[in-house]
Design a binder for this molecule. Structure first.
Ligand code: WT7
Length: 635
């Protein structure tokens, strides 16, 4: 990049200040991208050498059974060793690993030493409950340090964690327990949210009732409220942690690089959630490299990824990536606007946060409260900002850049998925930005926008976003369903061997990528991923609903909201009370995020002759757009 292009803004371009480029971990994107392109395996081997391995790999990547790729074949490692054990032996033992703030204002800090000991204890508790290598443990908690500890404890002993976001309902939790066949579940007595207690344990009781495969429930005390404890099944964590068995020393299990680390469920085209499987070796290399390069992590940084550890963003960039890098990270339990809309800005000032990574929906939500709230705080510690989860509209981008970043902090708009494990299309701090574009692929990642035949689309033309080269943290399979894995991601461009992302996108003349959104039956509400089929099957499980179709309708803050169209069963009179009842039903069956903002009763749904609901037609009607080609509509 030439010197004169360092003006902060030129037209639609935003360039980083010279000192940001000078101090960046990767000052020259082109050079590194070329290095990766020249020899992908050598490139990833070089990054892997930054980490500890109990045994080195024989082969960097094995594609002989593609799309079942393997990375660092023959290597032995454990991600918990790289995230904790190795730091506990160096000066880093004294560094803060985690700064935590509860919503009511209580605080805790964990040095690497303390976190390491706590994780060892937790690991010993799990072992005493019979959890061994390969066992699946479901974790259902709020944003408290014990959630991070529970994940790392599983990794340490070779168990596979399945974290279910604490905002999910009993049925969603039961389905995930069932699919993973978890015999042990870790939860808390509750979580603080907007001054209220989320009754996690009640939800767990109901879920375990529906999915009785769970034998033991470990309950962390968070709120202190009275909860039901079932004799012989439920145990307080603090009781177990006080037993002699819970020693603060625990040997780390030696894992093969390809041994599973976790399952994380996400929505797809059918009602059944997909258990995305990630492994120890490739995932640790990819998450740490991407975090270091994209967010430029330095030892003096205070990194705040404001996501929930229950999503992939939290797995990769609250828990594993930052700890592997030996960074200091923040975790906050509650809502951004509680008790007032300055909560986040106050925390940035209090803790001297240097990097804030959040989602467009949160930015838009906070933007609505006006500039005065952030302006009351000293945000000068901030150096970089980040966004993830859905396309960020230029208006929100500019507000974030101007009001929060004071036109000084570049915004890393990172495109990726649960399936990819880490950032795929993203700027680095040294590159020029265009508001609303995630810019270009991370070094070593080759993507394209193609038509249905696999022909590359010209600039400005929409097409399918595909990934053409394998990468270390790619999902290995869908847990228990390898056929679905192949069909979902690897069949559309089978001949070419490309990964289908499910997103539509376009390139511009500069080769920058613009994500348009999902082009499958997935809806993003406040950045959360929901399958239309999940919401629809929730709707028809209500006795008054015979048939249902849901669509996404654009919303200023949440990106999209859900509209539902229901055909009533005979004998049910559609009225407001019934609508409220159905909303309540969805809250329980799917979760609060899935509750439609509008439910409309109708006598028919537009369908094709083959019986497929034409959501496009419903959407056009809902948004007042032309209905387009109706030739396939059934009479
Ligand atoms: C889908 C994946 C990856 C962590 C959070 C979401 C959308 C994600 C961006 C972005 C435009 C984005 C895509 C993608 N998405 N990041 N920066 N710009 N769209 O993970 O729940 O697996 O969702 O989120 O549609 O396919 P996820």
């Amino acid at each position: 990049m030439s010197q004169e292009s360092f003006a902060p803004v030129t037209g639609d371009w935003y360039y980083p200040a010279p000192e940001i480029v000078r101090d960046a971990n990767i000052p020259d994107y082109e050079a590194v991208a070329q290095e990766a392109q020249a020899d992908l395996q050598a490139f990833w081997a070089k990054q892997a050498e930054q980490l500890d391995w109990f045994k080195r790999w024989d082969q960097v990547m094995d594609d002989s059974q593609a799309p079942f790729y393997k990375w660092f074949v023959g290597a032995q490692t454990n991600i918990a060793h790289n995230a904790l054990d190795r730091h506990a032996r160096t000066w880093r033992r004294n560094k803060l690993a985690l700064i935590w703030e509860g919503e009511p204002g209580d605080k805790q800090t964990f040095s690497y030493w303390r976190l390491w000991r706590e994780v060892n204890k937790f690991a010993n508790v799990l072992k005493s409950m019979g959890v061994n290598k390969g066992y699946r443990v479901t974790i259902y908690m709020g944003r408290i340090p014990e959630l991070v500890m529970a994940m790392l404890a599983c990794a340490k002993i070779g168990a596979v964690h399945s974290v279910v976001y604490g905002g999910f309902s009993e049925q969603a939790l039961a389905d995930r327990i069932e699919d993973a066949q978890s015999r042990v579940l870790i939860t808390a007595d509750g979580a603080w949210l907007r001054g209220n207690i989320v009754p996690l344990k009640e939800t767990v009781d109901e879920a375990v009732h529906r999915s009785p495969v769970v034998e033991s429930v470990i309950v962390v005390k968070r709120t202190g409220q009275e909860v039901n404890m079932e004799q012989g099944r439920d145990y307080w964590y603090h009781d177990l942690a006080n037993l002699p068995i819970a020693s603060p020393i625990c040997e780390t299990e030696v894992m093969d690089a390809e041994d599973p680390l976790f399952i994380l469920y996400t929505s797809g085209t059918t009602g059944k959630p997909k258990g995305i499987l990630h492994t120890h070796g490739g995932y640790q290399v990819y998450t740490s490299t991407t975090l270091s390069w994209v967010f430029d992590i330095k030892d003096h940084d205070r990194w705040w990824c404001a996501a929930d550890p229950g999503w992939i963003t939290g797995h990769s960039y609250i828990v594993y990536g930052p700890l592997i890098l030996g960074a200091t990270g923040l975790l906050y339990e509650g809502a951004p606007n509680y008790p007032y809309p300055n909560r986040w800005w106050k925390m940035i000032e209090d803790y001297g946060v240097t990097i804030l990574y959040t989602a467009p929906t949160a930015i838009r939500g906070l933007m609505r409260f006006g500039d005065a709230w952030p302006n009351r705080h000293d945000l000068s510690s901030l150096r970089l900002l980040g966004s993830v989860g859905e396309p960020i509209n230029p208006e929100a981008w500019r507000w974030f850049h101007r009001v929060i970043g004071k036109e000084r902090c570049p915004i890393m708009d990172t495109w990726w998925q649960t399936e990819t494990g880490g950032f795929m299309i993203t700027p680095l701090p040294s590159v020029g930005l265009k508001p609303g574009s995630a810019t270009r692929p991370f070094p070593g990642v080759e993507v394209d926008v193609v038509d249905e035949h696999g022909e590359s689309c010209a600039p400005g033309i929409d097409g399918n976003l595909v990934i053409k080269t394998p990468w270390p943290s790619m999902l290995r399979t869908i847990y228990g369903d390898p056929d679905r894995f192949v069909n979902q991601y690897w069949t559309a461009y089978k001949e070419q061997g490309w990964y289908l992302t499910g997103d539509s996108a376009r390139k511009d003349e500069d080769g920058y990528l613009w994500i348009i959104g999902r082009n499958d039956d997935v809806i993003k509400v406040s950045g959360y991923r929901l399958g239309t089929a999940e919401v629809e099957s929730g709707l028809v499980s209500h006795p008054a609903v015979a048939e249902a179709a849901v669509i996404a309708v654009p919303d200023e803050v949440r990106g999209n909201v859900i509209y539902a169209y229901c055909i009533p069963r005979t004998g049910f009179a559609p009225n407001d009370q019934l609508i409220d009842e159905i909303k309540q039903h969805i809250r329980h069956e799917v979760g609060p995020i899935a509750v439609p903002s509008k439910i409309e009763f109708t006598e028919t749904l537009p369908k094709t002759r083959s019986g497929k609901i034409m959501r496009r037609v419903l959407k056009a009607r809902a948004t007042g757009q032309p209905e387009g080609d109706l030739s396939t509509l059934e009479e």
